[in-house]
Write a protein that binds this ligand. Sequence first.
Ligand SMILES: N[C@@H](CCOP(=O)(O)O)C(=O)O
Length: 467
Amino acid sequence: MEYVSTRGSAPALDFEGATLAGLASDGGLYVPREWPRFTEAEIAGLAGLPYAELAARIMQPFVGDSLTPERLRELTAKAYARFAHKAVTPLKQLDEQQWLLELFHGPTLAFKDVALQLLGLLFEEFLSRGGDPLTIVGATSGDTGSAAIDAVAGRARVDIFMLHPKGRVSDVQRRQMTTVLSPNVHNIAIEGSSFDDAQAIVKRMFGDTAMTGRFAIGAVNSINWARLMAQVVYYFAAALQLGAPHRKVAFAVPTGNFGDVFAGYVAAQMGLPIERLIVATNVNDILHRALSTGDYSAGTVTPTAAPSMDIQVSSNFERLLFDVGGRDGKALAAQMTGFEATRAMQLTNAQREGAARLFTSARADPDQMAQAIRWAFDASGELLDPHTAIGLHAARTAGIDPAVPVVTLATAHPAKFRDAVERATGHRPILPARLGDLFEREERLVDLPGDYDAIAAYVAAHAVPRG
Ligand SMILES: N[C@@H](CCOP(=O)(O)O)C(=O)O
């Protein structure tokens, strides 16, 4: 399997190369040259497999020759052994039509663990073959940070520098990152910034030849293809339980960087019968505006009770625009460069029509989010986190045929956002025992200004150079 850049001029890479590179050298994102496709009979044959085995079968075509099927199976078994639920991503019924896919049973209580537990092992595997030590630079609005840190803390030949916007993640999210004291973990709180600022700094570092010449910069954000590949699996897992390939299923996905919902798009390209992908945003609604009107223009980021979605520049949207816009890398490079200069862009007709074939979108304000938390609690006794509640609001208002099951991706454990859940329901979710002493642990982080040079200098002073 070969990977090509959405901006058309970076060299094509194999899976190992794309995983270690993260972002393409032309600023684009890597995507498979073509989508592998399963027949209906092949999809039916996946029903009932244990999650780790299902994961290995679905990912093998993407991995190609970079790992043998046996080695991939060993890695998926190891990655998913750390989940607190035997099903890894259990499915729960809320009412006749609505379902929840619980993606928060990993070590850091968010869907990011599903991909990052595997990515940590992939880095270890590929780095053991030689090459330069990896300097991971990531940005987080709360969940990616802790999941990535958990996945690579203490591993040889990797350092991780995780940037978060100071004061804009929940206290649980911050402590999950800053209480990991391994010497290869470096937490940076950026003053006066949003996630978008942090993500822009990360992307700039990939294009900074002074940095990339000295350090092998790597990515753990969903700009890294391997993240999305691992997330494709749970769409299959849920749909197979609900009757696929003989029955269509719709998915509602709380969305910030568009990675999780793009994984659903990939599942559909592979042959999974998906009725609709419902993109759910909070008031930071660039994706809802883009999908409903074609206007992809970034406003300022409004802090909300669903901080992981407080994003206005959704990196993975570029992958969708590339695929539905005819895979014309040169044209997309010009379009994205224009967006980076003006922070505004109009989708082409081909992009709008291509997206509309599968995607619907909705936006939830804080009241609608709180109502969805209350509805789920009254309907089934489930406490939802604010992000999941935004997904559920979109699921219930999307007008999906009542015969089609709608699965909302439950992206985080409610205890990560205890205050918001308690405000909505009067019930305070309890942190699972494995995080029980989080508030007694020592924290380590540095505060830096939102200035590229200051952050690059910090990374350069603490990372291990090539060679
Ligand atoms: N929602 C994320 C933001 C980063 O997104 P990613 O999926 O590209 O890593 C977070 O919680 O950090």
